[in-house]
Write a protein that binds this ligand. Sequence first.
Ligand code: PCP
Length: 411
Amino acid sequence: MTRKFLIVSQEDIKSGTVTDKYFVWTEKILKEKGVNPHVVAEVTAREWGIFTGLSDVLKLMEGRDVNIYAMPEGSIFYPNEPVLVIEGKYLEFARFETSLLGFLCHASGISKAAFKAKFAAADKAVLSFGTRRQHPALAAMIERSAYIGGVDGVSNYSAEKYVGIKSIGTMPHALIICFGDQITAWKAFDDVVSRDVPRIVLVDTYCDEKSEAVMAVENLERVDGVRIDTPSSRRGDIRAILEEIRWELSLRREGVKIVLSGGVSFEDIAGLRDVVDAFGVGTSIACARPVDFALDIVEKEGKAVAKRGKFGGKKTVLRNGVVDLIVPASCTGGFAGESYLVKVMDCGEITDEGEKSTELERARERALKTMRDVRDFLENHPSKEDFVQLEVPQHPALIRTPHNTDLIPLL
Ligand code: PCP
Protein backbone atom coordinates (compact mmCIF):
# COMPACT_ATOMS: atom_id res chain seq x y z
CA MET A 1 0.00 0.00 0.00
CA THR A 2 1.53 3.30 -1.05
CA ARG A 3 -1.10 5.50 0.58
CA LYS A 4 -0.13 6.64 4.06
CA PHE A 5 -3.15 8.52 5.38
CA LEU A 6 -6.76 8.73 4.26
CA ILE A 7 -6.48 12.14 2.59
CA VAL A 8 -7.55 12.94 -0.97
CA SER A 9 -4.67 14.17 -3.12
CA GLN A 10 -4.16 17.78 -4.18
CA GLU A 11 -4.24 16.53 -7.82
CA ASP A 12 -7.68 14.96 -7.34
CA ILE A 13 -9.04 18.21 -5.92
CA LYS A 14 -7.54 20.18 -8.81
CA SER A 15 -8.91 17.82 -11.47
CA GLY A 16 -12.45 17.91 -10.06
CA THR A 17 -12.64 14.31 -8.86
CA VAL A 18 -13.45 15.47 -5.34
CA THR A 19 -17.02 16.38 -6.21
CA ASP A 20 -20.56 15.31 -5.45
CA LYS A 21 -21.90 12.59 -7.70
CA TYR A 22 -24.81 14.72 -8.92
CA PHE A 23 -22.33 17.02 -10.66
CA VAL A 24 -20.87 14.01 -12.46
CA TRP A 25 -24.38 13.19 -13.76
CA THR A 26 -25.09 16.85 -14.60
CA GLU A 27 -21.89 17.18 -16.57
CA LYS A 28 -22.61 13.99 -18.54
CA ILE A 29 -26.21 15.01 -19.29
CA LEU A 30 -25.37 18.56 -20.37
CA LYS A 31 -22.54 17.36 -22.59
CA GLU A 32 -24.66 14.68 -24.27
CA LYS A 33 -27.54 17.10 -24.86
CA GLY A 34 -25.30 19.95 -26.00
CA VAL A 35 -26.43 22.35 -23.29
CA ASN A 36 -23.82 24.66 -21.78
CA PRO A 37 -25.14 28.17 -21.15
CA HIS A 38 -23.08 31.19 -20.23
CA VAL A 39 -24.02 31.88 -16.60
CA VAL A 40 -23.26 34.13 -13.69
CA ALA A 41 -23.28 32.34 -10.34
CA GLU A 42 -22.77 33.85 -6.92
CA VAL A 43 -21.74 32.60 -3.51
CA THR A 44 -23.90 33.80 -0.62
CA ALA A 45 -24.61 32.68 2.94
CA ARG A 46 -27.59 33.15 5.20
CA GLU A 47 -25.30 34.36 7.97
CA TRP A 48 -22.50 36.87 8.50
CA GLY A 49 -18.86 35.90 8.64
CA ILE A 50 -15.27 36.70 7.80
CA PHE A 51 -14.34 35.74 4.25
CA THR A 52 -11.33 33.43 3.81
CA GLY A 53 -10.49 30.49 1.59
CA LEU A 54 -10.22 32.57 -1.59
CA SER A 55 -6.52 31.73 -2.02
CA ASP A 56 -7.37 28.05 -2.42
CA VAL A 57 -10.36 28.81 -4.68
CA LEU A 58 -8.09 30.77 -7.03
CA LYS A 59 -5.65 27.84 -7.18
CA LEU A 60 -8.58 25.53 -7.86
CA MET A 61 -9.99 27.56 -10.74
CA GLU A 62 -6.70 28.76 -12.24
CA GLY A 63 -6.47 27.69 -15.88
CA ARG A 64 -10.23 27.36 -16.37
CA ASP A 65 -12.02 29.82 -18.64
CA VAL A 66 -13.89 31.82 -16.02
CA ASN A 67 -13.88 35.31 -14.56
CA ILE A 68 -14.18 35.67 -10.80
CA TYR A 69 -15.03 38.72 -8.72
CA ALA A 70 -14.67 38.50 -4.95
CA MET A 71 -14.33 40.32 -1.68
CA PRO A 72 -10.75 40.37 -0.44
CA GLU A 73 -9.89 37.86 2.30
CA GLY A 74 -10.41 39.12 5.83
CA SER A 75 -13.57 41.03 4.83
CA ILE A 76 -16.72 40.93 6.89
CA PHE A 77 -19.75 39.77 4.91
CA TYR A 78 -23.42 39.89 5.81
CA PRO A 79 -26.42 37.62 5.10
CA ASN A 80 -27.46 37.22 1.44
CA GLU A 81 -24.48 39.20 0.27
CA PRO A 82 -22.44 37.93 -2.70
CA VAL A 83 -18.87 37.29 -1.54
CA LEU A 84 -17.79 35.76 -4.85
CA VAL A 85 -19.21 35.89 -8.37
CA ILE A 86 -18.11 33.48 -11.07
CA GLU A 87 -19.00 33.85 -14.74
CA GLY A 88 -18.37 31.63 -17.71
CA LYS A 89 -19.79 28.56 -19.44
CA TYR A 90 -21.45 26.44 -16.76
CA LEU A 91 -19.44 23.31 -17.55
CA GLU A 92 -16.20 25.20 -16.88
CA PHE A 93 -16.93 25.15 -13.17
CA ALA A 94 -19.89 22.82 -12.51
CA ARG A 95 -18.01 19.94 -10.90
CA PHE A 96 -15.76 22.28 -8.91
CA GLU A 97 -18.63 23.62 -6.80
CA THR A 98 -18.09 21.03 -4.07
CA SER A 99 -14.43 21.88 -3.48
CA LEU A 100 -14.94 25.61 -4.08
CA LEU A 101 -17.60 25.79 -1.38
CA GLY A 102 -15.65 23.49 0.91
CA PHE A 103 -12.65 25.81 0.83
CA LEU A 104 -14.79 28.86 1.58
CA CYS A 105 -17.21 27.36 4.11
CA HIS A 106 -14.58 25.81 6.32
CA ALA A 107 -11.98 28.60 6.28
CA SER A 108 -14.56 31.39 6.69
CA GLY A 109 -16.22 29.57 9.60
CA ILE A 110 -12.89 29.40 11.43
CA SER A 111 -12.07 33.03 10.63
CA LYS A 112 -15.48 34.11 11.91
CA ALA A 113 -14.91 32.23 15.18
CA ALA A 114 -11.44 33.74 15.56
CA PHE A 115 -12.92 37.18 14.90
CA LYS A 116 -15.60 36.63 17.56
CA ALA A 117 -12.99 35.43 20.06
CA LYS A 118 -10.77 38.45 19.48
CA PHE A 119 -13.76 40.81 19.45
CA ALA A 120 -14.78 39.41 22.85
CA ALA A 121 -11.20 39.66 24.18
CA ALA A 122 -10.87 43.34 23.14
CA ASP A 123 -7.31 44.35 24.11
CA LYS A 124 -6.45 40.93 25.61
CA ALA A 125 -4.71 38.25 23.54
CA VAL A 126 -6.26 35.19 21.88
CA LEU A 127 -4.14 32.17 20.94
CA SER A 128 -5.27 29.40 18.60
CA PHE A 129 -4.70 26.09 20.44
CA GLY A 130 -7.14 23.84 18.60
CA THR A 131 -5.55 22.04 15.64
CA ARG A 132 -5.54 18.85 17.74
CA ARG A 133 -9.34 18.90 17.50
CA GLN A 134 -9.27 18.49 13.71
CA HIS A 135 -7.69 16.29 11.06
CA PRO A 136 -3.97 17.14 10.89
CA ALA A 137 -4.16 17.62 7.12
CA LEU A 138 -6.15 20.78 7.90
CA ALA A 139 -3.71 22.32 10.38
CA ALA A 140 -2.27 24.98 8.07
CA MET A 141 -5.71 26.03 6.83
CA ILE A 142 -6.99 26.28 10.41
CA GLU A 143 -4.07 28.38 11.62
CA ARG A 144 -4.13 30.66 8.56
CA SER A 145 -7.86 31.23 8.91
CA ALA A 146 -7.60 31.85 12.66
CA TYR A 147 -4.72 34.27 12.13
CA ILE A 148 -6.59 36.27 9.50
CA GLY A 149 -9.65 36.30 11.78
CA GLY A 150 -7.59 38.08 14.41
CA VAL A 151 -5.87 35.68 16.82
CA ASP A 152 -2.56 36.92 18.19
CA GLY A 153 -0.72 33.61 17.90
CA VAL A 154 -1.11 30.04 16.70
CA SER A 155 0.22 26.89 18.36
CA ASN A 156 0.70 24.51 15.43
CA TYR A 157 4.36 24.32 14.51
CA SER A 158 3.56 23.52 10.85
CA ALA A 159 2.16 27.06 10.43
CA GLU A 160 5.77 28.23 10.21
CA LYS A 161 6.38 26.16 7.08
CA TYR A 162 2.97 26.39 5.41
CA VAL A 163 1.60 29.79 6.44
CA GLY A 164 4.81 31.67 7.13
CA ILE A 165 3.98 32.78 10.67
CA LYS A 166 5.77 31.98 13.90
CA SER A 167 4.13 29.46 16.20
CA ILE A 168 3.88 29.89 19.96
CA GLY A 169 3.66 27.48 22.87
CA THR A 170 3.79 27.07 26.63
CA MET A 171 4.20 23.60 28.19
CA PRO A 172 1.96 20.51 28.43
CA HIS A 173 1.05 18.61 31.60
CA ALA A 174 3.10 15.73 30.18
CA LEU A 175 6.32 17.73 30.68
CA ILE A 176 5.58 18.20 34.36
CA ILE A 177 4.56 14.58 34.85
CA CYS A 178 7.75 13.37 33.14
CA PHE A 179 9.84 15.29 35.67
CA GLY A 180 7.59 14.32 38.56
CA ASP A 181 7.36 17.76 40.13
CA GLN A 182 6.42 21.18 38.85
CA ILE A 183 9.42 23.18 39.98
CA THR A 184 11.97 20.84 38.36
CA ALA A 185 9.97 20.87 35.12
CA TRP A 186 9.58 24.67 35.08
CA LYS A 187 13.32 25.09 35.74
CA ALA A 188 14.17 22.61 32.98
CA PHE A 189 12.05 24.66 30.55
CA ASP A 190 13.89 27.79 31.61
CA ASP A 191 17.30 26.08 31.16
CA VAL A 192 16.62 24.70 27.71
CA VAL A 193 14.21 26.94 25.78
CA SER A 194 15.66 30.08 24.16
CA ARG A 195 15.43 33.30 26.13
CA ASP A 196 13.10 35.07 23.70
CA VAL A 197 10.30 32.58 24.48
CA PRO A 198 8.04 33.81 27.29
CA ARG A 199 8.18 31.68 30.46
CA ILE A 200 4.49 30.79 30.83
CA VAL A 201 4.30 28.06 33.48
CA LEU A 202 1.43 25.62 33.71
CA VAL A 203 0.07 25.79 37.27
CA ASP A 204 -2.68 23.20 37.61
CA THR A 205 -0.99 19.80 37.37
CA TYR A 206 -0.98 18.48 40.93
CA CYS A 207 -2.24 21.18 43.29
CA ASP A 208 -4.71 23.99 43.47
CA GLU A 209 -4.08 26.62 40.77
CA LYS A 210 -3.43 29.36 43.31
CA SER A 211 -0.90 27.26 45.28
CA GLU A 212 1.04 26.42 42.12
CA ALA A 213 0.98 30.02 40.91
CA VAL A 214 2.46 31.13 44.23
CA MET A 215 4.95 28.24 44.08
CA ALA A 216 6.08 29.45 40.66
CA VAL A 217 6.82 33.05 41.60
CA GLU A 218 8.46 31.98 44.88
CA ASN A 219 10.79 29.47 43.24
CA LEU A 220 11.60 30.80 39.78
CA GLU A 221 13.71 33.76 38.82
CA ARG A 222 11.71 34.46 35.68
CA VAL A 223 7.96 33.96 35.34
CA ASP A 224 6.31 35.87 32.49
CA GLY A 225 2.94 34.25 33.06
CA VAL A 226 0.98 31.35 34.50
CA ARG A 227 -1.36 29.14 32.50
CA ILE A 228 -4.52 27.70 34.00
CA ASP A 229 -6.00 24.93 31.86
CA THR A 230 -8.97 23.98 34.02
CA PRO A 231 -12.09 26.04 33.38
CA SER A 232 -13.90 23.13 31.78
CA SER A 233 -12.43 20.26 33.80
CA ARG A 234 -13.15 21.81 37.21
CA ARG A 235 -16.61 22.95 38.12
CA GLY A 236 -15.34 25.57 40.56
CA ASP A 237 -15.97 29.27 40.25
CA ILE A 238 -13.26 30.03 37.70
CA ARG A 239 -13.70 33.78 38.12
CA ALA A 240 -13.07 33.51 41.87
CA ILE A 241 -10.02 31.31 41.24
CA LEU A 242 -8.63 33.83 38.75
CA GLU A 243 -9.24 36.78 41.06
CA GLU A 244 -7.42 34.97 43.88
CA ILE A 245 -4.50 34.13 41.63
CA ARG A 246 -4.30 37.72 40.42
CA TRP A 247 -4.33 38.92 44.04
CA GLU A 248 -1.64 36.54 45.26
CA LEU A 249 0.60 37.15 42.28
CA SER A 250 0.35 40.93 42.67
CA LEU A 251 1.41 40.67 46.31
CA ARG A 252 4.57 38.84 45.26
CA ARG A 253 5.63 40.02 41.83
CA GLU A 254 4.70 42.68 39.30
CA GLY A 255 3.64 41.94 35.74
CA VAL A 256 2.96 38.20 35.80
CA LYS A 257 0.34 37.48 33.14
CA ILE A 258 -2.52 35.01 33.41
CA VAL A 259 -3.26 32.72 30.47
CA LEU A 260 -6.53 30.78 30.52
CA SER A 261 -7.18 27.70 28.37
CA GLY A 262 -9.31 24.57 28.26
CA GLY A 263 -12.84 24.68 26.83
CA VAL A 264 -12.90 28.49 26.60
CA SER A 265 -16.05 29.89 24.90
CA PHE A 266 -16.69 33.38 23.45
CA GLU A 267 -18.88 34.16 26.45
CA ASP A 268 -16.08 33.08 28.83
CA ILE A 269 -13.73 35.46 27.05
CA ALA A 270 -16.13 38.42 27.26
CA GLY A 271 -16.89 37.66 30.91
CA LEU A 272 -13.31 37.10 32.09
CA ARG A 273 -11.24 39.51 30.00
CA ASP A 274 -10.83 41.86 32.97
CA VAL A 275 -8.95 39.19 34.97
CA VAL A 276 -7.16 37.30 32.17
CA ASP A 277 -4.34 38.50 29.88
CA ALA A 278 -4.52 35.83 27.19
CA PHE A 279 -6.95 33.08 26.20
CA GLY A 280 -5.84 29.78 24.65
CA VAL A 281 -8.81 28.72 22.53
CA GLY A 282 -9.15 25.29 20.93
CA THR A 283 -12.54 23.85 20.02
CA SER A 284 -14.37 27.19 19.89
CA ILE A 285 -12.19 28.29 16.96
CA ALA A 286 -10.83 25.16 15.29
CA CYS A 287 -14.18 23.34 15.30
CA ALA A 288 -16.28 26.33 14.31
CA ARG A 289 -19.40 25.50 12.38
CA PRO A 290 -18.71 26.05 8.66
CA VAL A 291 -20.41 29.03 7.06
CA ASP A 292 -23.43 27.86 5.03
CA PHE A 293 -22.29 29.26 1.69
CA ALA A 294 -24.20 28.19 -1.43
CA LEU A 295 -23.38 28.73 -5.10
CA ASP A 296 -26.39 29.75 -7.18
CA ILE A 297 -26.88 30.67 -10.80
CA VAL A 298 -28.37 34.19 -10.91
CA GLU A 299 -28.02 35.01 -14.60
CA LYS A 300 -28.28 32.83 -17.72
CA GLU A 301 -27.35 34.15 -21.18
CA GLY A 302 -27.64 37.71 -19.85
CA LYS A 303 -31.07 37.26 -18.19
CA ALA A 304 -31.73 37.35 -14.45
CA VAL A 305 -32.77 33.96 -13.03
CA ALA A 306 -32.99 32.54 -9.53
CA LYS A 307 -34.33 29.59 -7.63
CA ARG A 308 -36.88 30.17 -4.87
CA GLY A 309 -35.35 31.91 -1.87
CA LYS A 310 -32.59 33.66 -3.82
CA PHE A 311 -32.29 37.11 -5.36
CA GLY A 312 -31.88 36.99 -9.16
CA GLY A 313 -29.47 38.94 -11.33
CA LYS A 314 -25.81 39.84 -11.10
CA LYS A 315 -25.17 42.08 -8.11
CA THR A 316 -22.48 44.10 -6.54
CA VAL A 317 -21.78 45.20 -3.00
CA LEU A 318 -21.23 48.87 -2.20
CA ARG A 319 -19.40 49.33 1.07
CA ASN A 320 -19.46 52.44 3.23
CA GLY A 321 -17.28 51.69 6.26
CA VAL A 322 -19.06 48.68 7.72
CA VAL A 323 -22.43 49.39 6.07
CA ASP A 324 -23.21 47.62 2.82
CA LEU A 325 -25.71 48.05 0.05
CA ILE A 326 -26.36 45.07 -2.19
CA VAL A 327 -27.55 46.37 -5.56
CA PRO A 328 -27.98 45.05 -9.09
CA ALA A 329 -24.65 45.29 -10.91
CA SER A 330 -26.37 47.28 -13.65
CA CYS A 331 -27.50 50.17 -11.42
CA THR A 332 -24.63 51.14 -9.12
CA GLY A 333 -24.74 54.76 -10.31
CA GLY A 334 -26.13 57.21 -7.79
CA PHE A 335 -25.28 55.06 -4.79
CA ALA A 336 -22.56 56.00 -2.35
CA GLY A 337 -19.76 53.57 -1.62
CA GLU A 338 -17.12 51.64 -3.47
CA SER A 339 -17.78 48.46 -5.37
CA TYR A 340 -16.39 45.89 -3.00
CA LEU A 341 -16.15 42.90 -5.34
CA VAL A 342 -12.92 43.04 -7.33
CA LYS A 343 -11.84 41.01 -10.33
CA VAL A 344 -9.56 38.33 -8.92
CA MET A 345 -9.49 36.03 -11.97
CA ASP A 346 -9.55 36.95 -15.64
CA CYS A 347 -10.17 34.06 -18.05
CA GLY A 348 -8.48 31.63 -15.69
CA GLU A 349 -5.58 33.89 -14.73
CA ILE A 350 -5.17 35.21 -11.23
CA THR A 351 -5.06 39.02 -11.45
CA ASP A 352 -2.83 41.36 -9.45
CA GLU A 353 -5.93 42.25 -7.43
CA GLY A 354 -6.41 38.55 -6.80
CA GLU A 355 -2.87 38.26 -5.44
CA LYS A 356 -3.40 41.31 -3.23
CA SER A 357 -6.78 40.08 -2.01
CA THR A 358 -5.23 36.91 -0.59
CA GLU A 359 -2.07 38.35 0.94
CA LEU A 360 -1.94 37.14 4.54
CA GLU A 361 -0.99 40.27 6.49
CA ARG A 362 -3.27 42.53 4.45
CA ALA A 363 -6.16 40.15 5.03
CA ARG A 364 -5.51 40.08 8.77
CA GLU A 365 -5.21 43.87 8.95
CA ARG A 366 -8.52 44.13 7.04
CA ALA A 367 -10.23 41.94 9.63
CA LEU A 368 -8.68 43.81 12.57
CA LYS A 369 -9.66 47.19 11.15
CA THR A 370 -13.19 45.90 10.60
CA MET A 371 -13.23 44.72 14.21
CA ARG A 372 -12.47 48.24 15.42
CA ASP A 373 -15.01 49.77 13.04
CA VAL A 374 -17.76 47.29 13.99
CA ARG A 375 -17.14 48.00 17.68
CA ASP A 376 -17.38 51.76 17.06
CA PHE A 377 -20.53 51.31 15.00
CA LEU A 378 -22.28 49.14 17.59
CA GLU A 379 -21.24 51.39 20.48
CA ASN A 380 -22.70 54.37 18.62
CA HIS A 381 -25.81 52.56 17.39
CA PRO A 382 -26.57 49.93 20.04
CA SER A 383 -30.04 49.39 18.65
CA LYS A 384 -31.11 49.17 15.05
CA GLU A 385 -33.45 52.13 15.47
CA ASP A 386 -30.50 54.42 16.31
CA PHE A 387 -29.15 53.89 12.85
CA VAL A 388 -30.47 56.27 10.24
CA GLN A 389 -30.90 54.14 7.15
CA LEU A 390 -29.23 55.25 3.98
CA GLU A 391 -31.54 56.68 1.38
CA VAL A 392 -32.02 54.11 -1.37
CA PRO A 393 -34.83 55.46 -3.52
CA GLN A 394 -36.11 53.85 -6.71
CA HIS A 395 -33.56 51.07 -7.11
CA PRO A 396 -33.81 47.66 -5.51
CA ALA A 397 -31.22 47.51 -2.74
CA LEU A 398 -30.62 45.50 0.42
CA ILE A 399 -28.97 47.26 3.34
CA ARG A 400 -26.67 45.42 5.74
CA THR A 401 -24.99 46.69 8.91
CA PRO A 402 -23.21 45.18 11.96
CA HIS A 403 -26.73 44.76 13.39
CA ASN A 404 -26.87 41.75 11.07
CA THR A 405 -24.23 40.01 13.23
CA ASP A 406 -24.45 38.45 16.70
CA LEU A 407 -21.63 40.56 18.16
CA ILE A 408 -23.56 42.87 20.51
CA PRO A 409 -23.47 40.43 23.50
CA LEU A 410 -19.68 40.22 23.16
CA LEU A 411 -19.07 44.01 23.25
C1 PCP B 1 -5.04 21.21 25.41
C2 PCP B 1 -4.38 22.48 25.72
C3 PCP B 1 -5.43 23.55 25.53
C4 PCP B 1 -6.65 22.87 25.12
C5 PCP B 1 -6.20 21.61 24.55
C6 PCP B 1 -7.47 23.74 24.16
O1 PCP B 1 -5.50 20.54 26.53
O2 PCP B 1 -3.78 22.46 26.95
O3 PCP B 1 -5.64 24.35 26.58
O4 PCP B 1 -8.52 23.08 23.58
P1 PCP B 1 -10.06 23.28 23.96
O5 PCP B 1 -10.34 24.75 23.94
O6 PCP B 1 -10.73 22.52 22.91
O7 PCP B 1 -10.26 22.72 25.34
P2 PCP B 1 -4.94 19.14 27.01
O8 PCP B 1 -5.18 18.09 25.99
O9 PCP B 1 -5.50 18.93 28.35
O10 PCP B 1 -3.39 19.39 27.02
P3 PCP B 1 -2.26 19.18 28.07
O11 PCP B 1 -2.80 18.48 29.23
O12 PCP B 1 -1.25 18.40 27.35
O13 PCP B 1 -1.78 20.55 28.37
